[in-house]
Each structure stands twice: as C-alpha cells, then as structure tokens.
Ligand binder design. Structure first.
Ligand SMILES: Cc1cc2nc3c(=O)[nH]c(=O)nc-3n(C[C@H](O)[C@H](O)[C@H](O)COP(=O)(O)OP(=O)(O)OC[C@H]3O[C@@H](n4cnc5c(N)ncnc54)[C@H](O)[C@@H]3O)c2cc1C
Length: 393
C-alpha cells in the first residue's frame, strides 16, 4: 500500500469541496481534493446560483468567469397550480452546473490545491479513534492517504458521514429531485427579458407539495435560444427505484395540468436526460465533526428547505470549515472538541434563534402547499408582502 501525508484531504469535489479546497489552498495549506468522478460530468442539481454563493466566487477571484458563463436573473415568477402569480425580486445567476463545477475545481487548482479525479473513498483511516486519512480506490488500485484533517464533502448520501457514525436518519429532512435541459422554451419577453436580463419561473403545485418545479434560463443561449434548466424536487419517502421512476410521470402529469408550464414548454425540445438526485435539509443538532473530521455541504445537511440555495449553504459551510482547519493546523489541535467549537462559532446559516424562526415559517408554508387553495393563498400573500418572499427565498 502507498502512503501519502497531506495537511487536508477533502472527499468530494462538488461545490462544497472545491470551494473549501480553494480557500485552504489560498491560505497556503497543502490540500488534496478527491472525487470518484471525472469532470466535466452531468449530475442532478439546478442551475440557480445565488448571491450567497457567488460572493465566495468573488472572494476566490473567479467572478469574471462565472459572469461570462451565466445568465443574470433578476426576478422570479411564482405560479400556483390555481393560476395565482407573484413576480418577486430575486437576483441570481443561471449557470449550467456541469460548467460551474469545472470552474470551481479549476479555481481550487489555480490557488494550488491538487485534484485527483476517479478516486473513490472507500474507508476512513483511524488511529486511537482519530480520523487520520482515507482509503481510496483509484484505477483499480487501493491505497491509503494520510492527512491531519479529513473534510467530508461527499454529498447528500455521504459515505464519510456514515463511516464516521454522524449520518442521522431524518425523515422529512430530505427531498428527491431531477433536472434536465430544454431548448426553445418560450420565455415571456414582456416581463423582464431585454430591458433587464431574464427571470426564472417557480411553480408551486399541491400535487408536488411540499416540493416545487422550475424553468430557469441558463448559460450560453439561455435567453437567446430559450435554453432552460427544468427541474422538480419533491419530498423523499423511501428513495426506492419506483419513487425515482415516478418522478417523470409526476412531471408529465403536472405539465398536462399547468397552463403556464405547457405554454412555455410546448414546441421546446428536451436536450438532456433527466438527472436524478437527493438533497438534505438542515436538521438541528446534527453533529458535523469528529476527531480529525469535519463535514460540509449536503454531507452536513446545511440547506434550508424551500429556499433552493444548496450552493450558498454549501459554500458558507466550506468557508467555515476552511477557517476551522487552518486554525487547527496552526494550533496542532485536531480534537473534536476544538473542531466543533470553532466550526459552530462560524455561524453556518444564521443565528440559532433566527434559524428556528425561519424553519417554522418555511415549514408552515410547506404544509400550506399541500392544499390547492392553500397554494393560491400563499402565492397571493407573497405577492402582497415582499418581506415574506425575502424571508423564505
Ligand atoms: C434536483 C436538485 C436540484 C437542485 N437545484 C439547486 C439549485 O438550483 N441551486 C442550488 O443552490 N442548489 C440546488 N440543489 C442543491 C445543491 O445541488 C446541493 O446543495 C449542492 O450540490 C451541495 O454541494 P456538495 O458539494 O455538498 O455536494 P454534491 O454536489 O453532491 O457533491 C458531492 C461530491 O462528492 C463526490 N463523492 C461522493 N461520494 C464519494 C466518494 N465515496 N469518494 C469520492 N468522491 C465522492 C461526488 O461525485 C460529488 O462530486 C439542487 C439539488 C437537487 C437534488
């Protein structure tokens, strides 16, 4: 077996892992970023890139490239199954996920991180109970890689979290979804395109509740050729093959009932398969650290339900973990006690009290969406009260 020693090993080069690697490398830390996949690759994940995510790209000096590959979205049209509509201010980018993730890995490498693709983590290495490395499978060869700290950024079904005993079964704290691309989507030119940039459309429908669907102009040709990221997320029940298959039937059923949805997609051509995946939501008190280990992004369940901003939450946790790891290396203290205390003090989303209040509001809204009249009422309320929109989205 080969043995290699690093300061930090990051498992997973998705948005959380790459942003964390970039921050660490920028601070001069020796960091190795691993992913089981070879990039570029497609995967489930919408193209809405929030301001809370793009601010990290600015700090990592890659904002120009992000800007060039994106459509700027300045409003969202919320549409209920019963026909109520609310146009709210919401600024984000529409960026193809495949391209965004290449940009993030490139950014990490440009600051000095080493990226190793096609490298699947198959075990954690421990000494006296402390995580001190990973076992990987790379090109059919198994090896052991050692580090002072391991950061688990391997997504919603995190292997690292499971191996460390930190994964909690949390019913109601996960959703399942799918995304694809359509070309030739009819975008409503009267509302915002041209004078502004473009707007995205989010559909709330009681038969999808407490999930939602979206049509979002994205990347090159987003506005010009109506190239849109189209997707749907719904509550996760058992994650069975049947549940995953049923997603497409549920989408087709929604489309046959949605006047605005079918007006936008009639004549449009689906140009990619459906990519399916899961997302995890904030669960209070989920433990995110162990001796020698920190979890970030979906692996740490940091995303707020309904908000759709998994990228922003992932990058915030990545930043917090990078600061924590940097401090731990300086003090030569990799204990769970130190890591958890320092990581927690970098508030991941918001203050504890604010988080509890926001979750209460979001959960009330999620419940109200299960009833057709409730969906209409909610969209009406959002139309009349912009502060409500700001609190949720
Ligand atoms: C259908 C859908 C639509 C979404 N739409 C949006 C949206 O529009 N905007 C938004 O902000 N968020 C969206 N999200 C949420 C967002 O995609 C996630 O919150 C975000 O990708 C989390 O990033 P991450 O790096 O934590 O995890 P991931 O993006 O899941 O990355 C994990 C990485 O770890 C790698 N990996 C996994 N296991 C191993 C292993 N054993 N060894 C090595 N590597 C491994 C994977 O290959 C992957 O690259 C959506 C999610 C879904 C499912």
């Amino acid at each position: 077996m080969n043995r290699i020693e690093r300061d930090v090993i990051i498992v997973g080069a998705g948005p959380a892992g790459s942003v964390c690697a970039a921050y660490l490398a920028k601070a001069g830390v020796d960091v190795l970023l691993l992913d089981r996949d070879v990039f570029p690759r497609d995967k489930a994940g919408g193209d809405m890139v929030s301001e809370s995510f793009s601010k990290h790209i600015t700090q990592l000096e890659a904002a120009d490239r992000l800007d060039r590959m994106s459509v700027f979205i300045n409003r969202m049209l919320l549409v209920s199954g019963g026909g109520s509509e609310a146009l709210i201010d919401y600024e984000c980018y529409g960026t193809k996920r495949r391209e965004l993730e290449v940009l993030l890995v490139d950014t990490a490498c440009s600051w000095g991180a080493e990226f190793r693709p096609a490298c699947r983590v198959i075990g954690l290495v421990r000494e006296l109970g402390k995580v001190c490395g990973v076992r990987v499978l790379n090109g059919g060869v198994e090896s052991e890689l050692r580090a002072k700290i391991v950061i688990g950024a391997d997504g919603a079904m995190s292997f690292t979290a499971k191996e460390a005993g930190l994964m909690r079964e949390a019913p109601g704290a996960m959703s399942i979804g799918m995304t694809t691309y359509f070309e030739g989507v009819r975008l409503d030119r009267n509302v915002a395109i041209g004078q502004y940039s473009a707007y995205g459309t989010v559909f709330l429908d009681h038969q999808i509740a407490p999930g939602y669907l979206w049509i979002l102009p994205a990347g090159d040709g987003g506005v010009l050729h109506g190239v849109c990221n189209v997707g749907m997320v719904v509550d996760y029940t058992d994650g069975s093959r049947k549940e995953r298959r049923d997603l497409e039937a549920r989408f087709a059923d929604w489309l046959s009932r949605s006047t605005r949805g079918s007006a936008m997609l009639t004549g449009a051509r689906q140009i990619a398969p459906w990519y399916k995946g899961k997302q995890t939501f904030v669960t209070q008190n989920m433990k995110k650290t162990a001796d020698g280990l920190i979890l970030i992004g979906d692996a740490a369940s940091v995303m707020l339900p309904l908000r759709g901003d998994g990228l922003g939450a992932a990058a915030n946790s990545a930043r917090a973990a990078a600061d924590t790891a940097w401090e731990a290396i300086k003090r030569d203290d990799y204990s769970d006690a130190f890591l958890s205390e320092f990581y927690r003090n970098h508030k991941l989303q918001m203050e504890e009290g604010e988080l509890v209040d926001t979750l209460k509001t979001v959960n009330l809204i999620r419940e109200s969406l299960r009833d057709p009249a409730g969906v209409n009422r909610t969209v009406e309320k959002i139309r009349l009260d912009k502060t409500l929109a700001e609190r949720i989205f």
